[in-house]
Design a protein around this ligand. Structure first.
Ligand code: HEM
Length: 295
């Protein structure tokens, strides 16, 4: 397999930035390549991941680097409402030990790409306590083990091998509403205990965990989640980020979340959190990325 971008798997970097961009109208492929070449020069941060929307990657990449199933994020509508889709052309995820380093890198990256791409989303993120969501629940307990993560996240062979699909979705929490619930009710909404993330023996059907466990004849669907909290006292939430070798897994989970699956049950999380953005990106292998940038 070609080499996946290493940042997909790097953990422990507490300060992050998620930047999303749109192509400037009329910009040439040569100008886009030059802008990404500049980005390479700025020597960013300990971990940087670059993803491309369907439109941009098809414009840039050789046919054998375009994976099957690459498309804009699909709309989902169900009993839980209408999930917003804001598909953009590129996504840059920067991570390092502190917000000062990430701040400088984000500004350099935006300036490097500016001739070809306009910044449309700019979301700083941070690791909260011991890897918790701002609701206080541990996020990531049921992630695959690190040695299984590459197979879950990355395309093994064929077009786009070594690359990964990424779902990037900024959720805004209503923490006041969530925190008004007693702890056992919060736990029933999530489906796990709050202090130590033990799955409840009897999962409510609308709990987040019950909605996200998707059984198939080949076993439960797996994705590699790398979400982080974002925000300040008055506006905050979760920058949801997950990787998968197959974008259909995201669709199946989002349909179960928004009550668009045959059972029509919506995820209770929707009472406390709302997605504000949502896009699907392809994160090419390091080789495919360099092949394209170097021309
Ligand atoms: C406000 C947004 C969200 C919050 C606060 C949130 C939080 C959590 C928490 C606390 C858990 C339990 C611990 C764990 O296994 O990580 C969990 C599990 C999970 N979440 Fe989310 N999540 C959110 C959105 C999503 C979305 C959009 C997806 C997929 C499209 C997703 C997929 C999953 C999966 C697959 C699991 C593991 C289920 C299992 O096998 O037990 N989550 N999430």
């Amino acid at each position: 397999m070609a080499t996946p971008q290493p940042g997909i798997f790097v953990r422990g970097l507490r300060a992050q930035a998620h930047l999303e961009f749109d192509l400037r109208p009329g910009v040439t492929v040569a100008a886009i390549r030059a802008a990404f070449g500049q980005l390479q020069e700025v020597g960013l941060v300990q971990s940087a991941v670059a993803g491309f929307g369907d439109r941009l990657w098809r414009l840039l990449a050789a046919a054998d680097a375009v994976p099957l199933g690459l498309a804009p994020l699909a709309r989902v509508q169900g009993t839980g409402g209408d999930m917003p889709v804001h598909q953009h052309d590129a996504w840059l995820w920067l991570a390092d030990r502190g917000p000062d380093v990430v701040f400088d890198a984000a500004r350099l990256a935006v300036a490097a790409l500016a001739p070809a791409l306009t910044l449309v989303e700019d979301t700083p993120g941070f690791v909260y306590r011991d890897g918790r969501d701002l609701t206080g629940f541990i996020d990531g307990s049921e992630n695959p083990a690190p040695d299984a993560a590459v197979a879950v996240a990355c395309i093994a062979d064929g077009p786009g091998a070594g690359g990964a699909f990424a779902l990037v979705q900024r959720w805004r929490h209503n923490l006041t509403r969530f925190q008004a619930l007693a702890q056992d009710e919060q736990e029933r909404a999530i489906g796990r205990t709050k202090p130590d993330s033990v799955q409840l023996p009897e999962l409510p059907a609308n709990s987040h965990v019950a909605r996200m466990v998707v059984a198939t004849p080949d076993g439960e669907l797996a994705i590699w989640r790398r979400s982080v909290p974002w925000g300040k006292a008055t506006a905050n939430g979760l920058q949801f980020v997950a990787f998968s070798a197959d974008p259909q897994r995201f669709t199946a989970m989002l349909e179960r979340m928004f009550g668009a699956a045959p059972d029509g049950v919506a995820d209770r999380l929707l009472e406390f959190s709302t997605p504000e953005t949502g896009a699907l990106y392809f994160v090419p292998s390091t080789e495919a990325l360099l092949r394209w940038v170097r021309g």
